[in-house]
Design a protein around this ligand. Structure first.
Ligand code: SF4
Length: 379
């Protein structure tokens, strides 16, 4: 097994009797060695947790980090019925991995988890040309038209130099691609905004998280709120759909601090405000603040995490009374999700995404929640 739970709590993951080994960190080289080990070869293992003679052993991280440019392109050709990933006749989006990890370590984020820092290695960027090659490869495999690439991941536009290289590669490909991305307000400036708009960027995800300076400092995620407002305005003026994300109920957050965030949401232009309740991520400094306050019970088995922090079972580690925090969250989300739906429909029309426009009447976040609720009731 690999992925988040293997990285965050390898021992607990391995305690399940159906799991023999976990990869902690990057899997490309480690998984191959693990297979050799199970085939009986005396391969030295690193970056894994493994059961040996009934005992769990967690082995140190590999010193070798993966060079993204040396990897083969993902084997899309091995997928059965690749068309189902691109269900529209025209205007499908292809997710492409162009970076790995994040250059920052915000206190609430999985990137500041101790094992992620130790085992995953530093932030890396692949040659942007790989994205073009992958696009061409996948386009050949499907009968439907792909013209959008989604390169968001954790942090895509990390610097002006990289943004320029990426934009030049897209423009020089002559493919007339549109693309969506993720960045931080801190890494954007006027030049970058104009450059990405000219090269086909249509969507961007940016984290604000809080309107309070104290909470920002605690998170190790400082956002200059005045700069953010100017950048958001410019992005929208250049036709880029802006999603800002926020967290309500940070550890120790007061009502006044949450209200500052809510005020800021009204001040900054955006097409979507993605508002979430704080959920403690294991192994992060933020998590320590919560457990020190003894306000959370940790699941003692892997399966327990599935219900940890999902709606209805949210923990409140802020200083805000529970009823106010949760009712504010639901009320703000109801308003913001409605606004988002209309903005998204406009976005679909602007970019000729008529199939998505029609589908959104049936499949949207409201009907998704309704389906979730009905499924729960059935169980
Ligand atoms: S910038 Fe985003 S992805 Fe990177 S550490 Fe902060 S929250 Fe996580």
């Amino acid at each position: 097994m690999g992925g988040t739970s293997s990285n965050h709590f390898p021992e607990q993951t391995l305690a399940e009797n159906y799991i023999d080994a976990v990869v902690i960190g990057e899997g490309e080289y480690t998984f191959k060695k693990l297979l050799e080990h199970f085939l009986g070869k005396k391969t030295p293992l690193e970056g894994v947790g493994i059961k040996l003679n009934g005992k769990i052993n967690i082995l140190p991280a590999s010193k070798k980090s993966v060079n993204l440019d040396s990897l083969p392109l993902p084997a899309w050709d091995l997928l059965e019925d690749v068309d189902r990933y691109f269900p529209n006749k025209k205007h499908n989006a292809l997710p492409i991995s162009t970076t790995r990890g994040c250059a920052f370590k915000c206190g609430f984020c999985h990137n500041s988890n101790e094992n992620v820092k130790k085992y995953l290695g530093c932030y890396r960027i692949a040659n942007p040309q790989r994205a073009i090659e992958e696009y061409k490869m996948v386009q050949k495999l499907t009968k439907n038209k792909i013209d959008i690439i989604d390169v968001g991941e954790d942090l895509h536009l990390v610097s002006e130099d990289y943004a320029k290289r990426f934009c030049d590669t897209i423009v020089n490909s002559g493919l007339n691609l549109k693309w969506s991305t993720a960045a931080r307000y801190q890494t954007l400036n006027e030049e970058i905004v104009k450059m990405i708009a000219r090269s086909g960027c249509i969507k961007i995800l940016l984290g604000v998280e809080s309107g309070s300076k104290r909470i920002q400092e605690m998170n190790n995620k400082i956002v200059d709120l005045d700069k953010a407002k100017k950048i958001a305005k410019l992005l929208r003026k250049n036709g880029i759909f802006v999603t800002n994300s926020y967290i309500l109920g940070h550890p120790t957050e007061t009502l006044g601090e949450m209200n500052r965030t809510l005020k800021f949401i009204k001040e900054i232009p955006a097409d979507e405000n993605l508002i979430q309740l704080y959920r403690p991520m294991p192994g992060t400094p933020y998590f320590k603040i919560c457990s020190e306050k003894e306000k959370i019970n940790l699941p003692d088995r892997l399966a327990g995490w599935a219900g940890f922090g999902v709606l209805g079972q949210d923990v409140n580690v802020s200083e805000i009374p529970k009823s106010i925090l949760f009712s504010t969250y639901f009320k703000t989300n109801a308003i913001e999700q409605t606004k988002f739906w209309f903005n998204q429909q406009r976005f679909f029309v602007r970019h000729g995404l008529f199939e998505d426009f029609a589908k959104s009447f049936i499949y949207n976040r409201f009907t998704f929640k309704l389906r979730e609720y009905l499924n729960l009731r059935k169980k």
